[in-house]
Design a protein around this ligand. Structure first.
Ligand SMILES: [Fe+2]
Ligand SMILES: [Fe+2]
Length: 272
């Protein structure tokens, strides 16, 4: 399978070690593990959509692109820190974190719900890599994140169209749509990201969900600007079939931005 781009397209010659931020490096190492682990999600989604060969084909291409994100981020992390053992970290992460691969139906209760949850994830990744691209001074990481962010916005579109198709058959109520979206957002504090952060950066110490999760959340949360938050919230609202542009969306956007700033300050105080 060929993707839209590969590590050969990255301008590695422009790498500037003096512009590597250690906090961004730690977050990138964790993100590389999560992205590289996408095949488990491909297997899970194939279980949820066993009778849709076209969607399975799209999911295979999606999984390939997510893995490419992991490979590019890992290669950049090794440039920045040649001691980074990507394969060892990935093995540790995969040993510790398991998806429900034996599931034969969506853990969200419906296929439409599954698509909303996938949209929420792509809102998170598209905003993360946009924020990383805009925050870093390191030219190669900026180029990588620019490509990844473009892919993540396309992934959102893939799952949004999947949601519309599923929702046309089995319609979810507004409450059900919001419940899935909010539930998936709340899961960002579950084990996956904190375990990836631990496996990539602190494997010599015991895993601590709260401590390692907070360390990751602070490093990532500080990268965001208002525009990243506002756009992500609009995309989540669109996936719930709510108006992403109106006054309500603006209010939720400001509330989300205020919450993030408070959380960043709280996490910084706790880490000090
Ligand atoms: Fe990705
Ligand atoms: Fe994605």
């Amino acid at each position: 399978m060929a993707g839209r781009w590969s590590n050969d397209d990255i301008p590695w010659g422009r790498f500037d070690p003096a512009k590597v931020d250690p906090d961004i490096l730690a977050a990138v190492k964790a993100a590389a593990l999560v992205e590289r682990n996408a095949q488990d999600y491909v297997a899970y989604l194939n279980n949820v959509f066993p009778d849709d060969p076209q969607f399975q084909e799209n999911i295979a291409a999606w999984g390939f692109e997510e893995e490419q994100h992991g490979l590019a981020l890992a290669a950049w992390a090794v440039h920045a820190d040649p001691s980074f053992d990507f394969q060892g970290s990935l093995a540790r992460f995969r040993d510790s974190f398991q998806l429900p691969l034996d599931a034969t139906a969506s853990v969200r209760g419906s296929r439409a719900g599954e698509m909303i949850a996938r949209c929420v994830v792509e809102c998170g990744t598209s905003s993360l890599y946009s924020a990383l691209r805009d925050a870093t001074d390191e030219p190669v990481l900026e180029a990588i994140c620019n490509r990844i962010a473009g892919d993540e916005f396309r992934h959102y579109k893939l799952f949004y169209e999947g949601f519309l198709k599923c929702d046309a058959t089995v319609h979810l109520s507004l409450w059900q749509r919001i419940k899935v979206a909010v539930g998936r957002i709340a899961e960002t504090s579950d084990d996956e990201l904190s375990m990836a952060y631990w496996a990539a950066n602190h494997a010599a110490e015991p895993y601590d969900r709260v401590r390692h999760g907070n360390a990751y959340a602070l490093r990532v949360g500080r990268l965001y600007r208002f525009g990243h938050v506002r756009r992500a919230i609009g995309m989540v609202m669109k996936a719930c079939r709510l108006n992403p542009q109106g006054r309500v969306a603006d209010c939720i956007g400001y509330a989300g931005w205020t919450f993030l700033q408070h959380r960043n300050r709280r996490l910084a105080r706790a880490a000090a």
